[in-house]
Design a protein. Structure first.
Length: 143
């Protein structure tokens, strides 16, 4: 997915190539989203454990053990959240790269279209000149 380019055809890009790339991108996004959901679920479970341990701590049962478990849980939760943020940041970076590449491809295609239109206009202007006897020939218009 790093350096994708699509073959140009008469009416744009190869539809199958674009569709296949979109499927790959959608799969990558889906996997990232599923990882994010799993991370959130782990975080929620840890928070429930944390609340339960906090209640036990307040009661005074095994306060040393509870404190260690709480610290470990908080560290794990922090690691999970940091991982989720990295995954999301990578997804946004990839999205921005893809959008920029698509914008450049669109601009290049647009320039080619404008060049072709300019060439066509020059051709029709030349074809319709007096020297070639086209429809703008003054003698044909006058008669």
């Amino acid at each position: 997915m790093n350096e994708i380019s699509f073959a140009e055809q008469k009416n744009g890009y190869d539809k199958d190539q674009v569709d296949n790339y979109i499927l790959k991108l959608t799969g990558a996004y889906q996997r990232t989203y599923e990882e994010y959901i799993a991370t959130c679920e782990k975080y929620n479970t840890l928070m429930e454990d944390f609340k339960q341990l906090e209640e036990e701590k307040q009661i005074g049962i095994n306060s040393n053990v509870v404190s260690k478990v709480l610290m470990d849980s908080e560290k794990l939760a922090q690691d999970i959240v940091e991982t989720a943020y990295k995954i999301i940041a990578n997804a946004y970076t990839e999205e921005a790269r893809i959008v920029e590449k698509a914008r450049r491809n669109f601009e290049q295609a647009n320039e080619k279209i404008e060049q072709a239109m300019s060439e066509a206009q020059k051709f029709f202007t030349f074809r319709n000149t007096k020297e070639l006897g086209g429809p703008l020939n003054e003698m044909q218009i006058a008669t």
